[in-house]
Design a protein around this ligand. Structure first.
Ligand SMILES: [Zn+2]
Length: 235
C-alpha cells in the first residue's frame, strides 16, 4: 500500500509589480532542504536561482522566476516562508534614541512592497533624449552577477540594467537588443545631472519593507521604523 499523501494548504497573494492575484502554497521540507544546501554554498547566484525555483513550484508554476523582478521574488518568498515556518519571528532592533537592542516580534503578514503602478518611468535626459526605465528581472541580475564585475562596475551595470527603451526623435532603441556593455557606455556618456536622474529612480525602486513601531524597554521612548531588505526576513 502506498503511503498517504499530505494535503497542502493554498493561499492567495497579489504580485506587487502587476497586481495579479495568484495562489501559493507553503514550501515543504524538500524545498527547505534545497534552500539550506544553496545557503551553504554562500554563492549569491546559486541562492537566487534556488529562491526562484521554490517560488515557481510554490505558485504552481504560474510565474516564471527568470522574468520576475527581484522585489516580486523576495515578496513572494517571504510570504510563502511565513506560511511554512510561521508568520512571526523575533529580530533584534536597536533603539534609535539609546542604541539599546530590543527583541521585537515581527509579523510577516505586515510585509509590503509599495509599487506605483501608474508611474510611467519615463525620464527626460536631454532636449532630444528620453529614457524609459524598468525594474530589472531575475535573469538580468543573474547575468550581472555572472559577469564577475568589481563592486563599482556591478553598480553601474545594475543601473544600466534598468534601461528599457531609449527614445531619440523618431527612433526607438530597445535595450534588450543591445549588449550590456553598450548600455553601460551609453550611461557613461551622461553628465552628472542626467545620471543622477536615473540613479535617483533606481535608488527608490520598490523593495520589501515592513513598518515597525515599538517602545524601547530601556529608555521608554517610541521608535517608528521601517525594516527593509530581505536579510531581516530570512532569519
Ligand atoms: Zn531606547
Amino acid at each position: 500500500m502506498a503511503l498517504p499523501t499530505l494535503e497542502v494548504s493554498r493561499y492567495e497573494l497579489n504580485v506587487p509589480s502587476t497586481g495579479e492575484k495568484i495562489d501559493y502554497r507553503p514550501y515543504l521540507v524538500k524545498e527547505e532542504k534545497q534552500l539550506m544546501m544553496a545557503l551553504e554554498t554562500k554563492d549569491q547566484n546559486q541562492m537566487l536561482k534556488v529562491l526562484g525555483e521554490i517560488v515557481e513550484v510554490c505558485t504552481f508554476n504560474k510565474l516564471s522566476s527568470q522574468n520576475m523582478t527581484i522585489f516580486d521574488l523576495e515578496y513572494i518568498f517571504v510570504k510563502l516562508r511565513g506560511k511554512s515556518v510561521g508568520d512571526t519571528s523575533e529580530i533584534g532592533m536597536k533603539c534609535s534614541h539609546c542604541e539599546h537592542e530590543n527583541k521585537i516580534k515581527i509579523d510577516f503578514n505586515a510585509i509590503e512592497v509599495p509599487v506605483d503602478l501608474n508611474d510611467n518611468m519615463l525620464l527626460d535626459i536631454s532636449d532630444t533624449i528620453k529614457v524609459k526605465l524598468r525594474y530589472p528581472k531575475m535573469k538580468n541580475m543573474l547575468d550581472i552577477m555572472a559577469g564577475g564585475h568589481n563592486e563599482v562596475d556591478a553598480i553601474f551595470y545594475t543601473i544600466a540594467g534598468h534601461i528599457e527603451t531609449i527614445f531619440m526623435g523618431d527612433d526607438t532603441y530597445h535595450a534588450d537588443e543591445y549588449k550590456s556593455q553598450e548600455l553601460l557606455e551609453f550611461l557613461e556618456s551622461f553628465n552628472s545631472e542626467q545620471f543622477s536622474k536615473i540613479r535617483e529612480k533606481v535608488n527608490n525602486a520598490p523593495t520589501v519593507r515592513m513598518p515597525l513601531n515599538f517602545t524601547c524597554e530601556e529608555c521608554g521612548k517610541e521608535n517608528d521604523l521601517v525594516v527593509t531588505g530581505t536579510e531581516n526576513f530570512f532569519a
